[in-house]
Structures are given as C-alpha cells and as structure tokens.
Design a protein around this ligand. Sequence first.
Ligand SMILES: NC(=O)c1ccc[n+]([C@@H]2O[C@H](COP(=O)([O-])OP(=O)(O)OC[C@H]3O[C@@H](n4cnc5c(N)ncnc54)[C@H](O)[C@@H]3O)[C@@H](O)[C@H]2O)c1
Length: 377
Amino acid sequence: MSGTVKFGVIGCGLMGREFASASMRWLHLLGDIPRPVIVAACDLNEANRRWFSQVPDTKYFYSDYHELLANPEVEAVYCAVPHHLHGQVYTDVIRAGKHLLGEKPFGMDLAACRQVLEAMEEHPEVFVRCASEFPFYPAAQQMARWFREGAFGRIIEARFAIKHSSDMDLTKPINWKRQRAANGEYGCMGDLGIHTQHLPFRLGLRPVTVSAQLANLVKTRPDAQGNPVPCETWDNALLLCEGEDGAGDRFPMTFEMKRMAPGCTNSVEYEIDGLKMSARFSTDDPNAVYYTQAVGREQAWARLVVGQKTLFPVITGGIFEFGFSDSLLQMFAAYVSELRGLPCEFGCFTPDEALRGHQLLTGALASYTERRVVELA
Ligand SMILES: NC(=O)c1ccc[n+]([C@@H]2O[C@H](COP(=O)([O-])OP(=O)(O)OC[C@H]3O[C@@H](n4cnc5c(N)ncnc54)[C@H](O)[C@@H]3O)[C@@H](O)[C@H]2O)c1
C-alpha cells in the first residue's frame, strides 16, 4: 500500500466512528489505494472525542474545530456534525485549504449549500465531495452498469426509497435529527434524501417537477428525562416527480423518505422499469439484484445473486455477502481515489448533485405548503 491521506475528523459521533473503523480496515482493499490516516479528532463532547484515543493514528484532540484546521498535518477533513453546522464548518474547512468529505445533506438548506459552493469557487484546488454509500452495494452497481449499457430501453417509471421504522417506537427519546433548529425545515428529507438521489442523479435521471406529500405523524416525543417535548420535523415524505433522462424522455419518478415505515430497519430501494428490461435492488436482500427477462410476450422476474463483486476489489471472496460497513469502505476508497486522481468508475456524491438535491427538497417544501406542482430549475 503506497501513500496515505492525513485526515482530521470533525464530529466524533456515529459517522465519525464509522470512518475511523473503515480507516483501520484498509487491508481489506486489494488495490493500491492511499489509506486515510486520522491524525486529528475534534468534538465538543469529551466522551466522543476520547473514543478516538483507541485509533492508533490519532494524536491530536480538539474541542474547537478551528484548531484542527490550523494543524498543517491535516490534509483532508471528514465532517459529520449536525445539519445546522454544515454551512459554517464546511466553508471554514474549504477556506482553510483542506480537502473535504462532508456528510449529507451538505448544508441544512439550499442557502447553506450555496454558501459551500461559493467557498469552493474561491478554492478550486480543494477537493470536495458529500458522503453517500448505498450506491456502492455491488448489486446496485450492477443496476447502474445495465443502465449505462442501455439495457432498460425507454423508462416507464423509476422509484428510489429509504425507509426506517425506529421512530415507530413512540418512547424513543428525541435527538437533534427530530428538532427543526438542528435538522432544518426538511425533516426526514434532509436526513434521508441523498440516499434516494445519488444513483438516479449519477445516471442522468433528473426530476423536473415535484409534487410532495409530507407527514408529521408524531408531534411530541420524550426528552432524556421522559418529559414530552415538541417534535416538529416531517416524519415521512413522498415526492412524485416528472423525471427526465439524458435523451429528454419523461417518466414518473418517485422519491420516498420515511422514518415511520412499519417493519423496515434501513431499507434502501431502487427500481427502474423500462420497455426492454426492469430491475430493482433493496438492502433487505443486499446480495441480489432482481431483473426481468422476456419470456415470449411475458416478463419474468429473475434474482441474480451478485455477492462481493465490489467496485474496489477486496480480499473477501466474491461468493460472500456484502453489508453496510462494506459500502462505507467502498465510499471512502472512492473519495481518496478521486482525491489522488486514481481510477474511480463511480465517485462520491458531488457538490453539484447536492445542490440539485437541495433544489428538489426546497421545491418539495413549497409544493406541500402551497399545494401545487413545483417546476425545478
Ligand atoms: N451516510 C450515512 O449513512 C449517515 C448516517 C447517519 C448520519 N449521517 C450524517 O452524519 C452527520 C452526523 O450525524 P451522526 O449520526 O454522526 O450524529 P451524532 O449526533 O452521532 O454525531 C455528531 C457529533 O458532532 C458533534 N458536534 C456537534 N457540534 C460540534 C462542533 N461545533 N464541533 C465539533 N463537534 C461537534 C457532537 O458532539 C456529536 O458527537 C449528519 O450530517 C448526518 O446526516 C450520515
């Protein structure tokens, strides 16, 4: 393995730790991809910061992220903080001349996303991407490959969804993701939207109109002491769009983002139906992609087991199952590969794609509150 990329992590919670774990699992990758070495960790919460003392590479610990940005050893930053901080922290990272992998939704709202893009224009030498791991499942990549080969023919309809059920537990204490001040007006759409956007946007499938149904099903949730406090965020969102493909053909396209989907843990689902072929993928059956085969005039659904045929080859045999932490490893491998100018067939979510995502979600808010179909730029 040649070379490293020296990282600082801002936000040592759930996702900061996933990155630390992936950075220590780099031997898993067969290719010669520079390893992310997390030299510095920053969090306001001391216990979360201290967790990084287990990471052999981490030698600097900060509570103020400006100090991390002033450290000349830090070349790139992975930033996983609450949404209301994205605009300020991401622009500070970029203006400090550090490469950035920022977590979704890449700004709490459209204005914050635009701020980040402005900072990028001032610093074209800085490489910036947004985290999004689900398209790196090999079965989803197989769908993408078929699409690029033109296997689907003219699109009939396309559907992209992510569904959780943990909020079905009404006793679950509230956290920042369920509070407007930290999560923003988007609610579940900000938290989950990118997981439904990365694959279609990358395939050139673009929503041109949106009509949204948003639901705030649970208006209060217990705080840490068990007292009910307002829960103001949207729980579920269903966006019906008119989509357009690269050829200019239009088709119905739906985006579903649900925190209250009975029975789901974290089900990401993609389906593209076409005149020649249809295919669908779900993380509930992560090893397989389903596709139609023509049988005379009929269509039969077939299940193709894809296994561990990853974008970036790994030591695991191709017959074994692929999972969530594998998708994160692939995503981080894609980020450092693109950063170092190495081959990367399917890259991380770009800031331009994030901007398009924000335009979609902002349009969805307007559609629901004004009861109209919104034309997207
Ligand atoms: N890609 C994914 O699948 C995925 C999954 C979950 C969350 N996320 C995203 O990751 C980001 C963080 O979410 P999380 O679940 O890790 O949240 P979390 O609450 O577990 O962690 C956030 C951390 O940021 C810290 N923090 C807050 N303000 C800070 C500041 N000013 N300076 C330094 N640290 C600060 C908090 O103390 C906390 O430790 C969000 O943008 C979220 O949307 C992505």
